[in-house]
Design a protein around this ligand. Structure first.
Ligand code: SF4
Length: 490
């Protein structure tokens, strides 16, 4: 694809303001006004961040969405839908119930889209074939690069597609930018990277997981490219993210970046945040595929100046051992991005929500990746992922050494027999170490890990996780999971 001819109209605006609502409006005006993007009667789909039932900044700032809906309506938009797929196994209905999203958006004149149809799951006597029919009616099957994706028809059929992305730090990609946001327009099942190659050490050393992930993200992005992109970094979660973790810090920048091409908009956002384009593989690969340009000179930049508004953010740690959990040592062998990402989230989740639990359970070793180092002074060993389990099969910690002391004979004995007795006094035996918790998967699923941790340490030793599990049961119940499976979503 000839980038100069196809993307010569790439336009990006950097705007600064006092509050998010007016900053968004200023951004749209700087780009030429909303009527440049929306025509009378257009059906609009607004894709935003909605990963779990928490508020901003894990999810998009609702003030920004409110402002955008009002603007689209003023421009004469017909129907306005909003939605996104959350993390695996969490139904959209459960998030809507916690955050009251349906009513909130209805009052603004828009419609919250239950992309997984979970609002209908509680309908009396809904049968498997009815769910399958519903799935067929609400999703389109789209094949890209020989991969099949289920995409909600409401997104495909909309005249205009807008991505409103909350920018936060991200352990794999440094930052959550709009290309990543687009990924959750398809169900979690189609976001997963399946591999049977964990036996193949090349898979890890070449980080094929990340390559496949990037390829998948761009496949999804190319299904429906947004007409308007908003990278909201008015507030940005730094140090630890993209969810709210104990080490996270919220930095106020007062800035938003808007554009008509996601690659260009993400590129300018990276420049503003002092991240080298070479360090952001998603952008490079998108450029290779002809999805956008990476030469800032070819982008029309309006609004504020990049250099004068330069922002420095603390990125996520690049080594798992730096997450520093009380009573835990983390030994990381060679990992691919799959285990790094999942272990990063699990360790941060434990650090954030299991403070008492960590205090009550001393001396734990968390081993991840291929050939992690032998742990020293531990009571429990957690093996995270298939690679850690497989490559430590013959490690010393797999066996415990037991020294038996024989009681010496009471009879009077000669010097020679006393010496022999001394030699036989200690006997060493090896037993399989039972204090090992294996968390299988390539990479492991976090919800499954929490269940296994709970079972291994026991309810009495995990007051925080016990509470968290009760909350998770409300969000992720087995009956709903089964229906999501029938729907083809997980
Ligand atoms: S087990 Fe983890 S480190 Fe090994 S290949 Fe799978 S995801 Fe990568």
């Amino acid at each position: 694809m000839n980038e100069e001819s196809d993307f010569k109209n790439a336009e990006v605006a950097i705007v600064k303001g006092d509050i998010p609502k007016s900053t968004l409006l200023k951004g749209i005006e700087t780009l030429g006004g909303i009527s440049k993007f929306i025509k009378e009667g257009d059906q609009i789909f607004i894709k935003f961040n909605l990963s779990q039932p928490t508020g901003f900044p894990t999810n998009t700032n609702f003030d920004v969405l409110e402002s955008l809906i009002t603007t689209c309506k003023k421009a004469g938009a017909g129907k306005i839908f909003l939605g996104s797929f959350p993390f695996k196994s969490i139904s959209i209905n459960s998030i809507s119930n916690v955050l009251n999203l349906e009513e909130y958006f209805r009052n603004l004149g828009a419609e919250f889209a239950y992309l997984d149809n979970s609002n209908l799951f509680n309908k009396k006597n809904i049968k498997k074939d009815q769910l399958e029919k519903l799935s067929g009616e609400s999703f389109s099957k789209i094949t890209i690069n020989e991969k099949e994706f289920l995409v909600p028809k409401v997104i495909i059929d909309s005249d205009k597609f807008i991505v409103v992305n909350q920018v936060n730090v991200n352990p794999l990609f440094k930052l959550n930018l709009s290309l990543l946001n687009s990924y959750s327009m398809v169900p979690p099942k189609y976001q997963e990277i399946e591999t049977n190659d964990s036996q193949d050490n090349d898979y890890v050393s070449l980080d094929k997981y990340k390559k496949d992930l990037i390829s998948n993200i761009l496949d999804v992005y190319s299904i429906k490219q947004p007409d308007l992109i908003i990278n909201d970094l008015f507030y940005i979660l730094e140090r630890s993210g993209p969810c709210i973790y104990r080490d996270s810090n919220l930095q106020k920048t007062g800035i938003m970046v808007l554009g008509n091409n996601a690659v260009s908009t993400d590129l300018i956002t990276l420049k503003l945040l002092n991240i080298e384009t070479q360090d952001y593989e998603l952008i490079l690969e998108a450029h290779q595929r002809g999805l956008g340009i990476i030469d800032p000179k070819l982008i029309t930049l309006v609004g504020e100046d990049i250099e004068q508004n330069s922002i420095f953010v603390e990125l996520c740690v690049s080594k798992l051992a730096k997450i520093n959990l009380k009573n835990f040592i983390v030994n990381s062998g060679q990992t691919c991005s799959g285990c790094f990402k999942q272990a990063y989230h699990l360790l941060n989740l434990m650090k954030t929500h299991m403070i008492k639990d960590l205090k009550y359970n001393p001396r734990n070793a968390f081993l991840v990746g291929l050939n992690p180092g032998e742990p020293e002074r531990f009571d429990n060993v957690i093996l995270f992922g298939d690679c850690a389990m497989r490559s430590t099969n013959n490690s010393n910690f797999r066996r415990t050494q037991i020294i038996y002391k024989k009681s010496s004979s009471k009879k009077k004995s000669s010097k020679k027999s006393r010496e022999k007795d001394q030699q036989n006094k200690e006997k060493i035996k090896f037993k399989t170490n039972k204090n090992i918790l294996e968390l299988p998967g390539c990479p492991p699923d976090i919800a499954d890990c929490l269940k296994l941790i709970f079972k291994y340490y026991g309810k009495g030793n995990l007051p925080n996780l016990s509470l968290l599990s009760n909350f998770l049961k409300i969000l992720v119940d087995p009956k709903t999971e089964e229906k999501l499976r029938i729907m083809g979503v997980i």
